[in-house]
Design a protein around this ligand. Structure first.
Ligand code: ATP
Length: 226
């Protein structure tokens, strides 16, 4: 089974790597494929800058270098238009036709999936592992499974997993010891000139800082001039 770890990775951080490691172990995955999003439709209008997709992709490549269980796929970066997950999973299912896929997503993002494109198709496309993420919120899958998917899943009596009634795919809740790190906090610190050494993977740290992508723009200076 192969894990698909989607995200904006703006920038990639230690929380992502730690979560990915734990999921690979917990589900005994053959590998984890990081899939940086090019133009995340659900993050449009967010505060702050989204670094260029190729840049975010390059940071992921640096961060996972030398880890035999991790790889990165540029499928969303290479595809024009918004990065709809349903399209990505369809393409990856064809590419890895002999493998089972599990989409790995934090609980915060999972709860939003009902508003992503073609949500019912999304929940049937592959297995989904929902990981905890600080701040850890209580409750079980039964409570935070998006409304539009409820009729399609039969939940286990312990409330920690569910099986899609027609597609046979599962959703599993995974408790992991994720780190209390977010890309938002890293961007804020970089804008203030504060160190982020403890928050980003060492192999990507120099490139992230040198890019100056998140520096506080001086008035009148265009991002390209920085
Ligand atoms: P931002 O702060 O910009 O919203 P982020 O830190 O949430 O970014 P994303 O690239 O949006 O990072 O996250 C990709 C995936 O990684 C999501 O499924 C998210 O839930 C998960 N994730 C992010 N940070 C952590 C963390 N510290 N521990 C576990 N999972 C995480």
């Amino acid at each position: 089974m192969i894990g698909i770890y989607g995200g904006t990775f703006n920038p990639i951080h230690s929380g992502h790597l730690r979560a990915a490691e734990e999921v690979v172990d917990a589900l005994e995955l053959a590998r984890m494929v990081f899939v940086p999003s090019a133009r995340p439709p659900h993050k449009e209008g967010d505060e702050g800058i989204i670094a260029p997709a190729r840049q975010r992709l390059a940071w992921v490549e640096l961060a996972i270098q030398g880890n035999a269980r991790f790889c990165v796929d540029a499928i969303e970066v290479d595809r024009p238009g918004p990065s709809y997950l349903v399209d990505t999973l369809e393409a990856l299912s064809q590419r890895f036709a002999d493998e089972e896929l599990v989409f790995v997503v934090g609980r915060d993002a999972f709860c939003e999936m009902g508003s992503w494109r073609s949500p019912r198709a999304l929940f049937a496309a592959c297995h989904i592992a929902v990981t905890s993420r600080p701040p850890v919120v209580g409750g079980q899958l039964a409570e935070w499974l998006p409304e539009c998917a409820r009729a399609d899943f039969e939940l286990a009596p312990d409330g920690l997993s569910g099986r899609h009634l027609s597609a046979g795919t599962w959703i599993r809740q995974l408790e992991i010891t994720a780190l209390d790190v977010s890309a938002t906090a890293i961007r804020e610190r970089l804008a203030q000139g504060a160190p982020v050494d403890h928050m980003v993977p060492p192999a990507a740290h120099a490139a992230i800082v040198a890019s100056q992508c998140y520096n506080d723009p001086s008035p009148g200076v265009a991002p390209g001039d920085r």
